[in-house]
Design a protein. Structure first.
Length: 124
């Protein structure tokens, strides 16, 4: 498990670590896809892989009104089709696509800066 506990950002939910197909948020280990921001955790996000991700899956993310979304695509960086990202673009929400470990690290850094960020993590 890679430990990310060095930073103590504000908010209720913190990514504390990650390992292959698992993410530690606060003191709970998650093994399914999820959405997390400083004050909201949505467990069991429907898509389990990038191939499974659909444009309609962004509704819960958009409702959180983030300035930036970090899409973690699993153990490998993969880019979704632009049509899948269209709802984010239409709602003027910035996004970054990266592998899930990178998304976890970046989320922790941005949370420490009190940024309005959401991590949408695909965990197969």
């Amino acid at each position: 498990m890679i430990d990310l506990r060095k930073d103590s950002p504000s908010g209720s939910y913190h990514i504390r670590g990650y390992q292959q197909n698992k993410v530690l948020i606060n003191e709970t280990l998650y093994e399914t896809s999820l959405i997390v921001c400083s004050h909201t955790l949505i467990e069991k996000w429907r898509p389990q892989s990038l191939a499974d991700l659909q444009a309609t899956d962004w509704g819960a993310v958009i409702a959180l009104k983030p300035k930036l979304v970090l899409l973690g695509t699993g153990s490998q960086l993969q880019f979704p089709a632009s049509s899948i990202l269209a709802p984010l673009i239409e709602n003027k929400i910035g996004f970054e696509v990266m592998d899930t470990p990178a998304a976890c690290r970046t989320f922790s850094i941005l949370m420490a800066e009190d940024r309005e960020v959401v991590a949408a993590l695909l965990i197969p």
